[in-house]
Design a protein around this ligand. Structure first.
Ligand SMILES: Cc1cc2nc3c(=O)[nH]c(=O)nc-3n(C[C@H](O)[C@H](O)[C@H](O)COP(=O)(O)OP(=O)(O)OC[C@H]3O[C@@H](n4cnc5c(N)ncnc54)[C@H](O)[C@@H]3O)c2cc1C
Length: 473
């Protein structure tokens, strides 16, 4: 299959590459008219130079943006596609700060986008890594009920997983748990053999290299601060989109935009006239790290049965591809959308969050849980006590503080977390010009290649992109 894909790309790009850059305009790109060099017509803003016009601009160099840019470039080799990334390199945010689990899709509501794209993305991710020499480990996952009252919920997860066609799921009786995890205690468990681990930052960097190899452009240290019409008209995208960035003069002009900016998806969506909600907030997740001499205590992933009253999966034991072992993440407030420690505070973003009615409602509804998480964040002994429910041998001396990640969480006005992936195609003149990935929470890293296929399908249809080749999958 991989060879077929490569062959299709080679055929489609044959003879078009000049100096490593695809010649696009004359050969199937959207052309200056479509690109709306409106500055010249209207005279409001200076036109941008040729090198700063693109057919598709993807905002965000995380795993979702890079997978999408790669998929679009594979399907449309003649188009000029650019990725705008505000960081000095790709994968600096959620993609570089997560548990590294290749999820199986066992939890998600049957028929939801998360269920569909996670199960599909799981297989695509393993294939991609195998083709590109990226190490993965299918170490499996045990979801463990430690109290009888959790068993009905565990049964629910088992049935859910079967409906989602998660391969190889097994119900494990109490006495058999030790065959999977010799140091783990519980009353019953579900085993998911298709769960594994990978370094998603490495996957994203590989996608970036592949995309550039196909002729795509990645601009790092390039923060998008506004999107207007080509001549600077607010919210008139009939002739294309001018991408205003922090440090690039007149900016860039793109015929179409795909936004994959994680924590800032609401801010970028608003620039194209979309609704401000769902609003994004940051929820930090801290890890503990198991000392090397204690790694024998855990073989694969060990997860709790999620508490339905709480919107997170719960603290888990996760082996890393580098051999280390992380315990976490918890869920504590972040004082900035990219605030990886208590000392990182962005007052503007903090005010933006706490003055939002949805945030206040969420905080009130989960006050109990939030305070317990804060307490365990400050007192490691309390966190270890929680973990001992699964591995009783674990002691405070066995762990040390580890890294943290910040989840980009979408919240509605009622204070509900938006669980499923959300895509928004805009309204009025933005329609047919923009696609926003508005909510890509876990398992979006697992699902990234499947999300990319879906976005590329939508882009093909909504943007009416020319020069498309059907990719064999
Ligand atoms: C603690 C934690 C654990 C997780 N564990 C897992 C797991 O085990 N498995 C799994 O599948 N998922 C997991 N996830 C979820 C997963 O990491 C994310 O869903 C995924 O990385 C989202 O990718 P993304 O590209 O949408 O976002 P990001 O990786 O956040 O990328 C967005 C990019 O957009 C850039 N950007 C933002 N604004 C602008 C702008 N104005 N201009 C230019 N660039 C901009 C950012 O700099 C960033 O690089 C976890 C997440 C967290 C936080």
């Amino acid at each position: 299959m991989a060879t077929l894909r490569r062959l299709a790309v080679a055929l489609a790009t044959a003879g078009t590459a000049v100096g490593g850059v695809l010649v696009t305009r004359a050969q199937g790109g959207l052309g200056n008219k479509e690109l709306g060099q409106g500055g010249r017509d209207s005279g409001h803003l200076d036109p941008v130079e040729y090198g700063k016009t693109f057919d598709v601009g993807v905002i965000g160099g995380g795993i979702v943006g890079l997978a999408t840019a790669r998929e679009l470039q594979l399907r449309h080799p003649h188009l000029r596609i650019v990725v705008f990334e505000k960081g000095s390199q790709v994968a600096e945010q959620q993609t570089g700060h997560n548990s590294g689990v290749v999820h199986s899709g066992v939890y998600y509501k049957p028929g939801s986008l998360r269920a569909l794209l996670c199960t599909k993305g799981n297989a695509l991710m393993y294939n991609y890594c195998e083709e590109h020499g990226i190490p993965t480990k299918r170490c499996g996952k045990l979801i463990v009920a430690v109290e009888e009252e959790e068993v009905p919920r565990l049964e629910g997860i088992f049935e859910n997983g079967k409906q989602n066609k998660v391969p190889g799921l097994q119900w494990i009786e109490q006495g058999d748990i030790r065959h999977f995890e010799p140091h783990c205690k519980g009353v019953a468990a579900v085993y998911c053999p298709s769960t594994g681990i990978v370094d998603y930052a490495q996957v994203a960097r590989t996608m970036a290299q592949e995309f550039e190899g196909l002729g795509g452009t990645i601009l790092t240290s390039c923060k998008v601060v506004d999107l207007t019409g080509p001549a600077g008209e607010a919210a008139d995208f009939g002739n294309g989109v001018r991408v205003h960035t922090q440090d690039h003069g007149n900016g860039f002009i793109c015929a179409h935009i795909v936004s994959c900016v994680g924590a800032y998806s609401d801010k970028i969506a608003v620039m194209t006239g979309c609704a401000e909600t769902p609003k994004m907030i940051g929820v930090r997740g801290e890890y503990l790290v198991l000392k090397p001499e204690k790694r024998h205590l855990v073989k694969g992933n060990i997860y709790p049965v999620p508490d339905p009253r709480v919107p997170f999966l719960g603290v888990h034991f996760t082996p890393r591809i580098d051999g280390s072992l992380w315990l976490g993440p918890n869920a504590v407030p972040a004082f900035a959308r990219e605030g990886y420690s208590y000392s990182t505070i962005n007052w503007g973003e903090l005010w933006d969050a706490v003055s939002y009615i949805g945030y206040l409602r969420l905080a009130l509804a989960n006050a109990d849980f939030g305070l317990r998480e804060l307490y365990r964040s400050i007192r490691t002994a309390a966190q270890v006590k929680q973990l001992q429910r699964y591995i009783p041998e674990l002691t405070l001396d066995d762990v040390e503080p580890g890294p943290a990640g910040v989840r980009a969480i979408a919240l509605d006005e009622d204070g509900n977390l938006v669980k499923d992936f959300v895509f928004d195609s805009g309204t009025a003149t933005a329609k047919g010009r923009v696609i926003h990935v508005r909510n890509a929470p876990s398992p979006a890293a697992t699902s990234s290649l499947a999300i990319a296929e879906m976005v590329a399908n939508r882009a093909q249809e909504e943007f009416k992109l020319p020069g498309s080749i059907q990719m064999p999958h």
